[in-house]
Design a protein around this ligand. Structure first.
Ligand SMILES: *[C@@H]1O[C@H](CO)[C@@H](O)[C@H](O)[C@H]1NC(C)=O
Ligand SMILES: *[C@@H]1O[C@H](CO)[C@@H](O)[C@H](O)[C@H]1NC(C)=O
Length: 256
């Protein structure tokens, strides 16, 4: 899940024979009603920025989404037992189309990223299978890429042991001379170190990479924990959800 979008009581055209229909229309709720909203916003972003890739559009939508609802309250999950929602429910949050039009930085991806992703999965995706997809001879890098390094606008570590480092690359699509500073909300019991903590873009530097090292101090309980990483130039905030599942670190690695 990347984002959440309006999907409750949406006036929709439906089969007139449907029991809920009133002159062929009804108020409907669900994912199927959110999808056209997001698809429509994606088309508007593409017309505003014709050179943006699908990954760039996804990034712009995700990093500018809101994690509080329009009335300023926390977002809750649906259903009987309402709980405060998190990235596993809404990804980046609720889409804000106007902010997505000017995201500042994007996490872009192209063909190489997709190939690296397939190579990192391994399994049936060997060089001949991937070549059949890319329609050209493609060989996986000799050092297998890490699946955690896929350039998504979110950071997810499904099995955090003591420590893991992920790499991301951002592209400046805002003002040419821009400086972004990192700020982090750490998941409970997880230290997050971002290097470098400042990204300086100019007319020659459009893309910069950084690393995020997540270190868990969980010694007895494993579980799901959430946080975020935000890059800001003082005007724009490029926010990525961080979600980790920590593993219990066996005591033989405990040197504290
Ligand atoms: C890739 O996998 C297929 C099916 O498992 C196999 O027939 C083929 O020889 C493999 N190719 C390479 C380059 O390992
Ligand atoms: C952009 O920044 C890089 C790295 O700091 C620097 O080497 C380069 O000269 C700068 N380019 C311009 C046009 O200022």
């Amino acid at each position: 899940m990347d984002v959440a979008a309006p999907g409750v009581n949406v006036l929709a055209a439906i089969n007139p024979a449907n029991m809920d229909a009133f002159d062929g229309f009804a108020l409907k709720s669900g994912t199927s009603l959110s999808c056209p909203h997001v698809a429509g916003i994606a088309v508007l972003l593409k017309s505003l920025h014709p050179s943006w890739s699908p990954a760039a559009i996804r990034s712009a939508l995700t990093t500018t989404a809101s994690t509080i609802d329009p009335s300023g309250e926390p977002i809750f999950t649906m259903g009987d037992a309402q709980t405060v929602a998190g990235p596993f429910d809404y990804g980046g949050g609720i889409v804000i189309p106007n902010r997505a039009a000017d995201p500042g930085l994007i996490y872009d991806m192209g063909m190489t990223d997709s190939v690296d992703y397939l190579c990192s999965i391994g399994y049936k995706y060997n060089s001949s299978a991937i070549s059949a997809l890319t329609l050209q001879s493609t060989v996986c890098p000799s050092k297998s890429p890490s699946i955690l390094d896929l350039n998504l606008p979110s950071i997810t570590v499904p099995n955090l042991g003591a420590s893991v480092t992920v790499t991301r690359t951002v592209t400046n699509v805002g003002p040419v001379d821009s400086t972004y500073i990192a700020s982090v909300e750490s998941p409970l019991g997880v230290q997050v170190a971002v290097r470098p903590q400042m990204l300086v873009f100019n007319s020659t530097v459009k893309k910069l990479s950084f690393t995020v090292t997540l270190s868990s101090s969980h010694k007895s309980v494993g579980g799901y924990y959430i946080g975020s990483l935000s890059w800001s130039d003082g005007i724009r905030v490029v926010k990525s959800p961080i979600s980790v599942k920590t593993e219990i670190i066996p005591s033989y690695t405990d040197r504290s």
